[in-house]
Design a protein around this ligand. Structure first.
Ligand code: NAI
Length: 249
């Protein structure tokens, strides 16, 4: 039995839910790679957590940049030889709610999908060989309740009328669908793949000017990612969760 600490990577981790996910994984004893688009910001954030005595390492990673992805994969292979946990946390929301459901530009759709969907798939593909080297690989895709098609079709759901940011919502539905496909493909490989809603969290994504929206602090917003990252072999795969709750697709 390999007693070395588990190795995790969290994308988009220089702030918000990602940064807190790194902190909580490291507090659980996982050697955690804090990945950020901007290398300097990643190093700065990692140094702060290292100063608290946490096993955190910075790595540069832009999930929309093939060269950056290849370099990150090579760095992890050279330094660690495997990856146990991948938390696909990086995400963007670009819709202009004023433009409505049908009015978002194709550029908004494409750019949103480039990060939230294609970037997530690209980094997953690049790191899968290293996850296959883990004794118990785990992939957590950070989606949103706004990706739930059944909730969007249910007039009783509070998201029923929340259709003004369609590129973001549909990108998260795509993440959910990809999760189901990948979990099936990996079901006999010991790699568990789940998708999560972090909650409505007080981060930059929910900030408009000086107004900070959100119901949860980041400490609680990271809890679902961390829980699914640390599930044991009896844990679920191909599921959609918020905390301990199973969400409807
Ligand atoms: P945030 O805006 O504070 O953090 C997003 C992070 O992703 C940033 O660090 C950003 O630099 C990074 N990022 C963006 N594009 C990237 C790229 N190409 N490569 C690498 N990193 C990139 O937002 P927050 O709230 O922390 O969001 C984290 C995740 O949680 C996102 O996937 C978001 O969609 C999801 N989410 C957030 C909710 C909330 O209420 N805050 C609700 C539901 C889902």
């Amino acid at each position: 039995m390999n007693s070395s600490p588990r190795i995790a990577l969290v994308t988009g981790a220089t702030r918000g839910i990602g940064l807190e996910t790194v902190r909580q994984l490291a507090e659980a004893g996982v050697h955690t790679l804090l990945a950020g688009r901007n290398r300097d910001k990643a190093v700065e954030a990692a140094l702060k957590l290292q100063a608290d005595g946490l096993p955190v390492e910075a790595i540069a990673l832009d999930v929309t940049d093939a060269t950056s992805i290849a370099e990150a994969a090579k760095t992890i292979e050279d330094r660690h030889g495997r990856l146990d946990i991948l938390v696909n946390n990086a995400g963007i929301g670009l819709d202009d709610a004023q433009l409505g459901t049908a009015g978002q530009s194709l550029d908004t759709w494409r750019t949103t999908f480039e990060t939230n969907v294609f970037g997530l798939i690209a980094i997953t593909q690049a790191l899968l060989p290293l996850l296959h080297k883990s004794a118990a690989g785990r992939i957590v895709n950070v989606s949103s309740l706004l990706g739930s098609l059944s909730q969007h079709q249910d007039p009783a759901s509070f998201i029923y009328d929340f259709k003004g940011i369609p590129a973001y919502n549909v990108s998260k539905s795509a993440v959910n669908a990809w999760t189901v496909h990948l979990a099936h493909a990996l079901k006999d490989a010991g790699i568990k793949v789940n998708t999560i809603h972090p909650g409505y969290v007080r981060t930059d994504m929910n900030k408009a000017g000086d107004e900070q929206k959100g119901e949860l602090e980041v400490a609680d917003g990271a809890r679902t990612s961390v829980r699914l990252a640390l599930i044991d072999d009896a844990g679920p795969t191909g599921g959609y969760f918020y905390l301990d709750e199973v969400l409807p697709w």
